[in-house]
Design a protein around this ligand. Sequence first.
Ligand code: ADP
Ligand code: MG
Length: 348
Amino acid sequence: MKTLKSILVFMLCCTLSLSLIGCTSNEKTEPTQPLTKTEVIIGTVCTISLYDIKDVAILDKAFTRLKELEDILSINKLGTELDKVNNMSGKEPVKVTNDTFTVVAQGLKYSKLSGGALDITVGPLVKLWGIGTDAAKVPSEEEIKEKLSLINYNDIVLDETNKTIFLKRENMIIDLGAIAKGYAADEVAKILTENNVKSAIIDLGGNIFALGSKLDGSNWKIGVQDPEDARGASIGYIEVVNKSIVTSGIYERYFESNGKKYHHILNPKTGYPYENEILGVSILSDKSIDGDSLSTTLFALGIEKGLEFVNSQPGVEAIFVSKDYNLYLTEGLKNNFHLTSTKYKIKI
Ligand code: ADP
Ligand code: MG
């Protein structure tokens, strides 16, 4: 299932259509049609579309890399490196590959920068709520309290020289759900670039990397999904060349209990999903790992603090979609966001 996070969809522009994204190899069609492959990996639907060099071998390399990353970074699979780090919490440091070390170091960086609004040691709480699984439930106060005591990014010990990760207290769990897809998108972009691809779309469950430009040299047009509308209905679009666009929102993964919706971005201070004015927040950045980290971080911080935070980060832009149908844009997007919906207003 494509995560409901497909907030970002491609604006249809003559040759590029939503229906193309997600279909299988189509070598025989017109030259402007991409060579596309879709597979479910890292817990989401991953689609890669090559527009210039339509080489199945390149697609295969990219998907092999995605599987490799799933095998080391997932916490939903037994025996992954991350699983080992978590199982050894309170016991001993675990030596890991550069991939795991890099992603955890990045997660720690944003955990610190956000003052714990994003905290990659949120794992025990994520497991307790089980949002996005069949076992989703509202936990008891006691259960929440117990898990909260296990969350603290300051208890992650990284040894750069020996490439080891240690969690100081037993039962701590690192969850990379907020950032791993971003890293994976960057790794795919790297492989495509190394293979001279200059026009491609990487879509990892809504984590989009628009590589290079469109085949005719023009900008990609990436639509921002209307969170309240059917998938594909957009609020407007951004024009990009070689950028990552990532969104976090409350309408993607959630469950309902007693008429109340509980979404999947959890407040490590209270133990409950963040309650704020945001429907979704999209990040435009060069690296998708930054976009993914920031989208979750800004969601957690809320609009006011989130805008302040993102303005302090060089080279990244954000769009917040609020529950009262306002759009809050960072400076760099004010001239590059094309509003197409009449329901939303750009807040100046
Ligand atoms: P998506 O899961 O759709 O990619 P995000 O990138 O915003 O959306 O990541 C949400 C995921 O991050 C959750 O499913 C969970 O695994 C993890 N998570 C939830 N709350 C936090 C938090 N406060 N800090 C760090 N990670 C979190
Ligand atoms: Mg994220």
